[in-house]
Design a protein around this ligand. Structure first.
Ligand SMILES: [Zn+2]
Length: 227
């Protein structure tokens, strides 16, 4: 049985805010590469899923080590209990080698197929060109139908100065461990390259302090229908 078919009993407890907004609806999260979604918004995706949303993680491309990184992406999605779709699923592709119109057409198809209530994607504040290409390809898909649209924190592997100013926060105190677990599923990117993942927990802790909880993820809001 797929994650899409299985009914989820929503979490009980405090007002879940954004998380309950998408119960029984579909949320698509789009990242340029494997690991971007876990780093940028993994706690939120797990939270949305626990509140009964169908959550589809869209990975645009896998630039190299295709089989290894695809398996890691599958494991990351499994840990977050989300579905996974790789847009270029026939082998390695670099985003910058793809024509913009082709990428927009593929994300258009995602919107037509899944009819999302919300889309989460990279931010214009990101500094990685592949991430910016994906962000810019997501924007025009808004012409097809209405969906809420959010951007997540730039997904850098090393700490660098960035100008990202969240306008919304998701309490991920109950899913921070799943997020960190899902990040470490990408062992070719972290364990083997000696990169430290602890800063992602620290970012979440800093964002959490902004709203008085242990851990949070910050989102920029592109478009949100309040009522
Ligand atoms: Zn990336």
């Amino acid at each position: 049985m797929t994650a899409a078919m299985r009914q989820v009993v929503p979490e009980r407890g405090a007002d879940p805010g954004l998380a309950s907004r998408y119960t029984n609806k579909t949320v698509v999260a789009i990242g340029a590469h494997p690991d971007d979604l876990e780093i940028g918004v993994g706690g939120t995706l797990a939270r949305l899923r626990r509140h009964g949303a169908r959550v589809v993680m869209i990975v645009a491309s896998i630039p190299k080590d295709f089989e290894v990184r695809r398996a890691e992406a599958s494991r990351g999605a499994q840990i977050l209990d989300c579905e996974l779709k790789v847009l270029f699923d026939d082998g390695p592709h670099r985003i910058e080698d793809v024509k913009t119109c082709e990428l927009v057409a593929m994300i258009d198809e995602v919107v037509r197929e899944y009819e999302p209530a919300a889309m989460l994607t990279h931010s214009s504040a990101d500094f990685h060109n592949d991430h910016l290409i994906v962000y810019n390809a997501c924007l025009p898909t808004q012409r097809l139908r209405y969906f809420d649209m959010f951007c997540y924190h730039p997904t850098n592997c090393r700490p660098v100065p960035i100008a990202f100013h969240p306008r919304a926060y998701v309490d991920i105190s109950t899913t921070i461990d799943a997020k960190m677990h899902a990040i470490t599923a990408h062992s070719s990117q972290f364990g083997e390259r000696g990169l430290d993942t602890s800063m992602y927990r620290e970012f979440a802790h800093v964002h959490g302090r902004m709203i008085g909880v242990d851990y949070a993820e910050g989102l920029d809001v592109v478009k949100l229908m309040l009522a």
